[in-house]
Design a protein around this ligand. Structure first.
Ligand code: MN
Length: 317
């Protein structure tokens, strides 16, 4: 799914990640933005919070009304250095990419695109779905070993579910392993993404050597006496073996975690890299439409590249 990330979200090349080696409970502010035709709340990245494990982007999207012919309406755009994770709570989206993939995404299905050195994709109306669209769009930063590799695409219609307490609480494991249940999805760093479907108070297992965050999608939940509202990133830090969640109504919450990402990343627009030169090269390739990002069979217009802010600053001098 698409960004784009701008300076309104976070400095592009801030050195620190805001990483905490101790347990904490930090409720972030989200920024309202528009992606395609839909309003989103950008929970990550934010100033002072760049990554949670390798997770580097999270947009809580909708709910919005869509029609057969008007949906998310994100035209073809490129990515480098990341995986896109699309997860719907309600509605449908049609994914098309430069690998030739064409896949309708439905609630409870994992849509996972790996950019490697370059891929492009579009998110469209399905041509048949009319109703509410709601979900979350996330990015995972690729490590050095695979970020220059080939692009790839996976779609998982069935994902494993873990029973959390026998009181109606369950988790769907998107990526990684949680509560003894493992997802078949590709991941290139030690990572977890799980959607918790909660009906009653619960204590969830965590790894003390990982950092974690929550994004509530629907409902109401509290931790350490603090209410957690939909669309905000709740950063939990490291050093927790478990977390108690006070569930007051049926709640769906995304649990993100992982080994703290060891490589400082640079994010601009739809690109995740390590240097301005890499971002400049990707911007130039998309601008001139060379072969790097391929072609997407979409009727939506291409999204024009946004010049890196450091290029604009140079031009204005
Ligand atoms: Mn995208």
């Amino acid at each position: 799914m698409s960004g784009p990330v701008s300076l309104a979200d976070a400095p592009a090349d801030l050195a620190g990640t805001g990483h905490s080696t101790l347990p904490c409970l930090e409720v972030g502010e989200s920024r309202e933005a528009t992606v395609g035709a839909v309003r989103v709340r950008r929970a990550l990245p934010r100033r002072g919070r760049r990554t949670v494990g390798a997770w580097c982007f999270a947009d809580h999207m909708g709910p919005a009304d869509v029609t057969e012919n008007s949906g998310l309406d994100v035209g073809p755009h490129p990515h480098i250095g990341l995986q896109t994770v699309t997860w719907l709570v309600d509605g449908q989206v049609l994914h098309r990419d430069s690998l030739g993939s064409e896949q309708v995404i439905r609630p409870g299905q994992l849509n996972l695109m790996t950019s490697g050195l370059g891929v492009s994709h579009a998110e469209e109306a399905t041509g048949h779905y009319r109703g509410v669209l709601e979900g979350i769009q996330m990015w995972i930063a690729l490590p050095h070993g695979t970020r220059h590799g080939p692009a790839a695409f996976e779609h998982h219609t069935e994902l494993p579910r873990a029973d959390l307490s026998g009181r109606g609480n369950a988790a769907t494991v998107l990526v990684g392993e949680f509560a003894g249940t493992r997802s078949p999805a590709r991941h290139d760093t030690p990572l977890l993404g799980a959607e918790l479907d909660l009906r009653a108070p619960v204590t969830i297992p965590l790894r003390s050597e990982w950092e974690y965050a929550l994004v509530v999608l629907r409902g109401a939940v509290a931790a350490q006496g603090r209410p957690l509202l939909p669309g905000r990133l709740v950063y939990l830090g490291e050093g927790r073996g478990e977390l108690r969640l006070d569930v007051r109504e049926p709640t769906r919450v995304m649990l993100l975690g992982g080994e703290p990402f060891p490589e400082p990343i640079l994010m601009w627009w739809n690109f995740v890299g390590r240097s301005r030169a890499e971002i400049d090269a990707a911007y130039a390739s998309w601008s001139r439409q060379d072969d790097r990002f391929g072609r997407v069979a979409s009727s939506l217009p291409l999204i024009p590249a946004e010049a890196p802010y450091w290029q604009r600053t140079a031009e204005s001098r």
